[in-house]
Design a protein around this ligand. Structure first.
Ligand SMILES: Cc1cc2nc3c(=O)[nH]c(=O)nc-3n(C[C@H](O)[C@H](O)[C@H](O)COP(=O)(O)OP(=O)(O)OC[C@H]3O[C@@H](n4cnc5c(N)ncnc54)[C@H](O)[C@@H]3O)c2cc1C
Length: 400
């Protein structure tokens, strides 16, 4: 019987049983630290071996072909069990869906299974110095030479760049077309980061973690078969990628529900359960996560009925990133003076793992929440898209 045919209750109990037997009893170290990254990679291998790495993906690539209802049920059980965060985000949430939409059968078979088992970690090479919000102004070039492209240029703000094996990048293959219209002549190209001429320089984040990087390309030779989608039409592929980045990850509402429960627990631990500001913040967070959950169900219904969910991506991103920010800002406020400490050692030395975990949860994720309002397109850009393309308001003035 396929997963889609398995009754939801039976499916939930199968998932629950597997998670109970396999989820590590102690929380893993945050994946932003090398030690934590190695632990998470091991967990991803276990998840893949159990066939749970991407339940909604086709079976031939390592998924289970689950429908949206089962996919959401899996995510709810996953977060409820306290299972670790997923680390191959660029591969799992961005490249995989893009390959299934635009890639060839050969590309899917070549890249998807390794991506799911975390043998290959992927990162996203879109932004460049001067080309963030104005992404279409990007300048990294790829000039055709026989059966290869020769890539020169620079990417920046590359999440996971320090750990990744491959990068999916936007490159300019037709600069002349770009002079007429900057969105034209761009191509979506997958590049092995071990190729000669690639230099990955780590960037240190404000919270001291180092997985972030900038990536330089000097005469890097890339086979033409690594192009995903049509040559020169990469803007369309990029917009789909950003749609996946901004849109609903079906089931992630369960994570935010847990965060609000933890926020309420923190308020009690700090003796602030009667404090009116705290009650107001926790109550608001609870309402917002419930609204978000209802919206995920609504979008799942819409998607199942063949409706257009892409146009909801910007609304969704704006909502979840600001909601997440508010939850973690409240968490930091409740932590009191400990929140001001960047190096956790003085606060957590000699303390039980749960204390270290609490620090990681509130402190590190607060900074991540701030970053989420920037990556994948800033909140200001989402508001522009919503006003112009969803609400049909007048366009913002463009430079002449
Ligand atoms: C933690 C983190 C991870 C990231 N990971 C990746 C990654 O893996 N791969 C990748 O390619 N990129 C990544 N990025 C880059 C991210 O996509 C860009 O930072 C983002 O698109 C903004 O571009 P910018 O930094 O160049 O800022 P700018 O575009 O220079 O914007 C500066 C400010 O001006 C505002 N602004 C710009 N244009 C407008 C406008 N038209 N209307 C109103 N306001 C405007 C912006 O909202 C912002 O506040 C990441 C960024 C962060 C912070």
């Amino acid at each position: 019987m396929s997963t889609a045919e398995t009754g939801l209750d039976a499916f939930r109990s199968e998932v629950r049983g597997w998670l109970e037997a396999n989820v590590p009893s102690e929380p893993l170290v945050d994946w932003a630290y090398p030690e934590g990254f190695a632990q998470h990679r091991e967990w991803e291998r276990t998840l893949f071996a159990g066939g749970w790495a991407a339940v909604d993906w086709p079976e031939e690539y390592g998924g289970r072909g689950a429908d949206l209802q089962h996919t959401i049920a899996f995510a709810e059980e996953y977060y409820r069990a306290g299972a670790p965060d997923r680390i191959n985000m660029g591969g799992l949430y961005l490249l995989g869906p893009v390959l299934m939409q635009y890639g060839t059968e050969e590309q899917c078979r070549r890249w998807i299974p390794d991506l799911l088992s975390c043998e290959t970690i992927w990162c996203q090479g879109f932004s460049e110095p001067g080309s963030g919000s104005d992404l279409a102004s990007l300048r990294t070039r790829a000039d055709r030479d026989g059966d290869e492209y020769v890539v020169n240029g620079q990417k920046i703000w590359t999440s996971m760049g320090g750990y990744a094996d491959w990068i999916f990048a936007l490159v300019r293959t037709d600069p002349e077309a770009g002079k007429r219209r900057k969105h034209d002549g761009i191509t979506f190209l997958c590049i092995d980061l071990r190729s000669p001429g690639v230099e990955v320089r780590p960037l240190t984040m404000v919270d001291g973690t180092k997985g972030f990087a900038e990536v330089f390309f000097t005469d890097v030779r890339v086979p033409v078969e690594n192009v995903v989608g049509e040559v020169g039409k990469g803007w369309k592929v990029a917009m789909s990628t950003l749609g996946f980045e901004r849109g609903a990850v079906f089931g992630d509402h369960a994570k935010f529900t847990l965060d609000v429960q933890a926020l309420a627990g923190l308020a009690v631990a700090r003796g602030l359960e009667e404090d009116s500001l705290t009650l107001d913040e926790v109550g608001r967070a609870l309402v917002e996560t419930e609204v978000y959950r209802a919206n995920v169900y609504r979008l799942a219904g819409l998607a199942a009925a063949g409706g257009d969910v892409d146009s909801h991506a910007s609304v969704n991103k704006l909502f979840w990133t600001e909601m997440q920010h508010d939850i973690f800002a409240s968490g930091l406020r409740l932590m009191g003076p400990d929140a001001a400490v960047l190096d956790p050692a003085p606060v957590t030395e000699g303390a039980p793992a749960s204390v270290r975990h609490a620090w990681d949860r509130w402190h590190h994720r607060y900074w991540y929440a701030r970053a989420a309002m920037i990556f994948g397109g800033t909140s200001e850009i989402q508001r522009n898209i919503i006003s112009e393309r969803v609400l049909g308001l007048p366009m913002e003035p463009r430079p002449a």
